[in-house]
Design a protein around this ligand. Sequence first.
Ligand code: SF4
Ligand code: SF4
Length: 240
Amino acid sequence: MVSLKEQILLAIYEEFEKWAKEEKTVCSKGCTACCTQNVTMTAVEGDLIHRHIRENDQMEWFAGKLQEKGNTRRPEMTTNGFAAACLQGEDVESGSSGNESVCPFLENKSCSIYAVRPFSCRCFVSEETCKPGVAAVIPESYLSASTAVMQIVEHLGQGEYWGNMLDVLLALSDLPENRRYNQFLPASLPDQGRANLVKALPLPGFLLLEEEMKKIEPLIQGIFTHPIGEKSIEEILNNR
Ligand code: SF4
Ligand code: SF4
């Protein structure tokens, strides 16, 4: 059964997709320069991916993919950690672009876990066709919106693993529900994944100017008021 956190995550994905559909970008299926090993995510996003793999009986294939990991980027500061530091007036850098190796889940120019890809993949777009090593041109309001949603997703997973997608997936691969990976993954790999991760943090506030907040308010409201059972996401996140 899909957990409450996964239900909230799916609702956040849905609200973002609704909001973002009007954006004019050049992204299309088969355009894959953005599919690198730089993707970061939370444990709840990893749980959703592992559930999908178990339900589709793809664990052996997936274990092979996890072992294709290159010299992965390991960000030290989460999005909410960065936001908290900025809001306290600290002078911080957002980190390097990291490892440009191809994501192991890219097969035949498309994402083999598309239905459950993490938010970092869902929000990555460009107004101009990207080339390897050249930054995407992300519309300004879109960047504000995706950063804010990334902060909400991290808040949802607070206290749990946060970091590179491949490390998070490895770290979760020895949970009881994932025990079938024992046959396919070296026993040391989950610990290696965990060693590279930090903990997700609560939302300290958004890094948005008043103007930016006005533009993306419908999205934020859509997420917070989205019903899950008899409560809204905001009520659940605030334990009301
Ligand atoms: S972000 Fe760049 S590489 Fe990715 S689909 Fe869009 S244009 Fe292509
Ligand atoms: S998970 Fe899918 S969308 Fe994300 S980088 Fe990998 S192949 Fe691309």
